[in-house]
Design a protein around this ligand. Structure first.
Ligand SMILES: [Mn+2]
Length: 329
C-alpha cells in the first residue's frame, strides 16, 4: 500500500508509538497546509474524532469535476470563516450546538487504496472518523470497513439522489447497493431525496429504506419528521452527507445540483438530532470548490461538521438560554 503523495511507505509500519502529529503525517497522511477549524488537538492518540480527507473522484461519472479538491478547500475555508483573530489570538466561532468539547485531530488525506486499513485502525482505537470527500463512492469502502467491525449499520443518508442503482456498480450512483451487505436497510433512512431514477425507486421499495424528501419534511413539519426518523434508526448510526441534499441556492458548489432541496437549518436540526446519542462515523461528500460561489458550500460543509461533532456529546452540556432550545430539539 502506498500513500498518496508518492512516498512509498507500507502502512503496516504505522505503529502506535508514532501517533503524534508530525510522525503520523510523515507515515500515513498526505501533508496538508491547514487543518479543519474544529480540530483542537495535535495527537492522534488523544483524539476522539479523527478527520480524514479522501481527495479522490475517480469513481464519479459527473460532468462537473473537482470534488477531489474539496478536503483541502473545506479545511482552508473553515479556518478563514470559523476562526477569528482578535489581538493576534485565535478565537474559534462556535456552532449552534455550542463549543465542540471533544478532542478532534486532523490526520490529513488518505488515498482510496488505504481506506480499509486506516478506518479499521481508527475503529480498533475506539475513535470516530469524520471524512471529507471526494466523490460519494468513497463512502462504500468506509462503510465496508466499519460494517465488518460493527455489524449492520443504521445509515442516515442525506442526498438529492438515492445512489441506489444496481445495473452499474462501484461508482457514486451505486453506493447503497454496494453497501447492502454492511447496512440494515430497514433501520436506514434517506433524507433530501428528490431526483430518483425508476430503478432506484424499485430498489428502495424492495429493500425497505425509508425516504424523507424535502417536500415530506415541509408538509409534515420538522418535529414529526424527527420522530419518524428516530423511530426507524437502530444502533451503529453512520451519517453520510452528500452536499447536494442541500438546495443549490445554499450549496451551489456540488457535482450534481438539484433544485428544491433541504435548507441548511432543517438539515442541521436533523443532523443534530440523529447524532446526539452517538455515531460510528460521518462523511461530508461531493463538494466541488471550483463551482462554489464565494466559498459558501465549503463553509456550510465545515459548519455542518462542526454542528455534528458538537452535538454528539450534548448531554453533559449546559448552554446559555436560547441555545438550549436548539440543544433540546
Ligand atoms: Mn450522493
Amino acid at each position: 500500500m502506498q500513500i498518496e503523495n508518492g512516498k512509498s511507505k507500507n502502512l503496516k509500519h504505522w505503529k502506535s508509538d508514532l501517533f503524534n502529529k508530525e510522525s503520523l503525517k510523515k507515515t500515513i497522511g498526505e501533508q496538508i497546509m491547514e487543518t479543519l477549524s474544529w480540530c483542537n488537538c495535535n495527537s492522534y492518540r488523544e483524539a476522539e474524532f479523527v478527520v480524514i480527507g479522501l481527495s479522490d473522484e475517480s469513481h464519479s461519472h459527473s460532468l462537473r469535476k473537482g470534488t477531489s479538491k474539496a478536503p483541502n478547500e473545506i479545511r482552508r475555508v473553515s479556518r478563514t470563516r470559523d476562526i477569528f483573530i482578535e489581538n493576534g489570538i485565535e478565537s474559534p466561532a462556535y456552532t449552534n450546538a455550542g463549543k465542540p468539547t471533544s478532542k478532534i485531530f486532523d490526520l490529513g488525506n488518505v488515498s482510496r487504496e488505504n481506506i480499509e486499513f486506516v478506518y479499521t485502525k481508527i475503529f480498533n482505537d475506539g475513535k470516530i472518523p469524520i471524512t471529507l470527500g471526494g466523490d460519494h463512492s468513497l463512502t462504500t469502502p468506509v462503510i465496508k470497513a466499519l460494517g465488518k467491525k460493527y455489524g449492520p449499520i443504521s445509515l442516515v443518508y442525506f442526498d438529492a439522489h438515492p445512489d441506489f442503482l444496481s445495473s452499474t456498480r462501484d461508482f457514486y450512483g451505486s453506493v447503497i447497493f454496494d453497501c447492502l451487505p454492511y447496512i440494515d436497510p430497514k433501520s436506514s433512512v434517506m433524507v433530501g431525496i428528490r431526483s430518483p431514477e425508476q430503478e432506484e425507486i424499485e430498489n428502495i421499495k424492495k429493500y425497505g429504506i425509508t425516504v424523507f424528501s424535502p417536500s415530506d419534511i415541509q408538509m409534515h413539519g420538522i418535529r414529526e419528521t424527527l420522530d419518524a426518523i428516530v423511530a426507524k434508526l437502530g444502533r451503529n448510526i453512520y451519517v453520510s452527507f452528500d452536499m447536494d441534499g442541500i438546495d443549490p441556492a445554499f450549496a451551489p458548489g456540488v457535482s450534481v445540483p438539484v433544485p428544491m432541496g433541504l435548507n441548511p437549518v432543517t438539515a442541521s436540526i436533523i443532523l443534530k438530532h440523529v447524532v446526539k446519542n452517538g455515531i460510528i462515523g460521518m462523511d461530508m461528500m461531493e463538494v466541488c470548490p471550483e463551482l462554489d460561489i464565494q466559498d459558501m458550500t465549503c463553509h456550510l460543509a465545515s459548519r455542518l461538521i462542526g454542528e455534528t461533532i458538537a452535538s454528539v456529546k450534548l448531554q453533559k452540556k449546559t448552554l446559555p438560554f436560547g441555545l438550549s432550545a436548539i440543544q433540546n430539539v
